[in-house]
Ligand binder design. Structure first.
Ligand SMILES: [Zn+2]
Length: 313
């Protein structure tokens, strides 16, 4: 597990958390939000360790050696609760009820109890209502940390009872510090919206080679380029519809990111706007469960003729 000192590129968030720890003014609910793959979960776990530690360091990091830290590391700390969805299912009602029961018990070790929800996007409406009951009258010394991509994925009733902490996309400099400085990283970093997780995913998908291949084809024959993409979305160890949809979304997001950069670099804004809208429509259709192959064909046929200009900018 990482400590605050090892977390990179989230200085604002860490400053707020350290101040709360130092001043002993901890909220009963926190909402960590920002894109995937930038350190929210890691920070939530480091924060939980600091809250539970009895001998924090000068930088408000957990000491790693006190009885609370030792027990947390071995998985035996009774004041720490990790509430995660199992498999593809959302968090179950029984998990919320069990958490409420555990939090209401008098803590045996130390004073505090911390519950971390690393996938708070996957709390359903009924479960959120049950959580709200706990948040409205939080057991003394208890805290919940919700981690989500977007604040609006959590019901307003839960949000309003939490202190929100924004996590920012990682800068190109921080990414270069963390990842080996190779050509792939240099090309992928600006396409991945400052997310380490996304860089890894795009690399695993072979997106750079795919972009090169599509680039060579798409101006002349957008349909043929679409077929190349469709085949690429089927690659990998898993080839089910959900995986294809997820890969297609990642690929269209990359194209969207290129349009943003094209405009930022002073490229043809009208052309970029047209492509941007088509790509957003494609992503919306994927969310509406339109078949990924159909979406790729429709999108590439529309933006294909405009593609070369995107690249030259
Ligand atoms: Zn400690």
């Amino acid at each position: 597990m990482k400590s605050f000192e090892e977390i990179r590129g989230q200085d604002d968030a860490l400053r707020q958390l350290r101040r709360a720890l130092r001043e002993g003014r901890l909220a009963s609910g926190y909402l960590f939000f920002g894109p995937d793959g930038i350190g929210k979960r890691t920070t939530a776990l480091a924060f939980a360790r600091s809250v539970l530690c009895r001998e924090r360091t000068g930088s408000e990091d957990a000491c790693g050696e006190c009885p609370a830290c030792t027990r947390l590391r071995s998985g035996g700390h009774r004041g720490f609760h990790l509430v995660e969805p199992e498999g593809t299912r959302d968090i179950r009602m029984e998990q919320i009820h069990e958490l409420g029961r555990l939090l209401s018990l008098t803590p045996v070790e130390g004073r505090e109890q911390v519950a971390v929800f690393p996938d708070a996007d996957r709390i359903g409406v009924l479960q959120a209502n049950a959580l709200l009951k706990i948040l409205e009258e939080p057991p003394a010394g208890s805290m919940m940390v919700f981690v989500t991509r977007r604040v609006d994925l959590l019901p307003e009733t839960v949000r309003s009872r939490c202190q929100s902490i924004r996590f920012r996309p990682l800068s190109a400099g921080v990414i270069r510090d963390i990842l080996p400085d190779d050509e792939d990283v240099t090309r992928l970093a600006p396409l991945a919206g400052g997310s380490l997780g996304k860089i890894a995913r795009l690399r695993e998908m072979g997106v750079l080679a795919l972009l090169d291949e599509v680039e060579a084809l798409v101006g002349e024959d957008p349909l043929q380029a679409a077929e190349v993409c469709i085949r690429a979305m089927r690659g990998g160890s898993r080839d089910d519809l959900a995986t294809r949809r997820e890969r297609t979304m990642a690929f269209l997001s990359v194209l969207l990111e290129r349009e943003r950069q094209c405009v930022a670099a002073g490229g043809d804004a009208g052309r970029a706007d047209f492509c941007y809208r088509r790509l957003v429509t494609g992503l919306d259709n994927l969310r509406l469960n339109v078949d990924p192959d159909t979406v790729l064909r429709a999108t590439l046929v529309e933006i294909g003729p405009l593609w070369p200009k995107t690249l030259s900018s």
